[in-house]
Design a protein around this ligand. Structure first.
Ligand code: MN
Ligand code: MN
Ligand code: ZN
Length: 281
């Protein structure tokens, strides 16, 4: 299985591989730049070369990029929408240049304009970004969200609507975040609950469209609609939920990444990965 973590690119993009190797991870997620700024630094040939070299040394394991938190392609504000369009187009180009096949993104917030209007706006801008980016190899993964505020994408129905409305459905998939879906009301704690949730997902979207998983336990309870990650087995989901997921053969070749808190020594990642590995039958 491909189990890993989100790693910092501090010191250079290629440094993420040193970090993931130090915890024996076999899946990686990164931001390709500072995620809290609009400014996008240049990506030089040397940086690309170093990144690909370090990836090769690590192994043939999946890497996903997560886009900037500032981007809101569903924004009804013209200025934010335009800035988001430009930034997301660049995120796609950076992934293609680095050879990263997955770009994980939150499907925006409607900011009071309503779900349907938000989805319509979102899909239009997303399609435009895909076209403007001139990329061919990057698949955009819409992340399941917790449903906080006016965030879109907290129900499988909303995600299905986006995937159907897009003109570029073949370039889209889903990133399933265990904390967010649980907070949004989808239970996976018992075998029955897990099967019900995954059957629902499969019927509305298709489990084969999951390109990446975020493995986070949840501080909030089921349906609380809050996005707060907890260490694996220590939150409201608990080990049984992760056991159900990790032993689902449909996902044995899909990259899975932690997004849980950790210090500079990455000790918490080692702990969480060891808990996860212990759940695989
Ligand atoms: Mn995310
Ligand atoms: Mn996530
Ligand atoms: Zn989260």
């Amino acid at each position: 299985m491909y189990l890993g973590s989100h790693m910092s690119i501090s010191g250079g993009l290629h440094k993420a591989f040193e970090r993931i190797r130090s915890v024996d991870g076999t899946a990686l997620q990164i931001f390709t730049r500072n995620q809290r700024q609009w400014k996008i630094p240049e990506l030089t040939d040397e940086m690309i070369e170093q990144f690909k070299e370090a990836w090769k040394d690590w192994g043939d394991y999946p890497v996903a990029a997560h886009d900037s938190y500032l981007i809101n392609l569903a924004s009804p504000k013209k200025d934010t929408a335009e800035k988001s369009l430009h930034a997301f187009t660049e995120e796609m180009r950076r992934c293609e240049a680095l050879g990263i096949p997955w770009l994980v993104t939150h499907p925006g917030s409607h900011l009071g304009k309503g779900v349907d209007a938000g989805i319509e706006r979102y899909v239009k801008k997303l399609d435009k970004a895909i076209e403007d980016s001139d990329t061919e190899t990057v698949t955009v993964l819409l992340e399941t969200t917790a449903g906080q505020g006016t965030n879109l994408g907290a129900t499988f129905e909303e995600l299905a609507q986006m995937l159907e409305q897009s003109k570029h459905g073949d370039r889209l998939g889903v990133c399933y975040d265990t904390c967010h879906t649980f907070a949004a009301g989808y239970d996976i704690r018992t075998k029955e609950a897990y099967n019900k949730t995954m059957d629902q997902f499969d019927r509305l979207i298709g489990t084969d469209r999951i390109g990446f998983f975020h493995l986070n336990d949840s501080k909030p309870e089921l349906g609380d609609k809050k996005d707060r990650h907890e260490h694996i087995g220590k939150g409201a989901i608990g080990k049984d939920g992760f056991r159900n997921l990790l032993n689902d053969e449909r996902f044995s070749r899909v990259g899975m990444s932690l997004e849980t808190d950790k210090g500079d020594d990455l000790e918490e990642d080692r702990m969480n990965l060891s808990v996860l590995r212990g759940l695989i039958k």
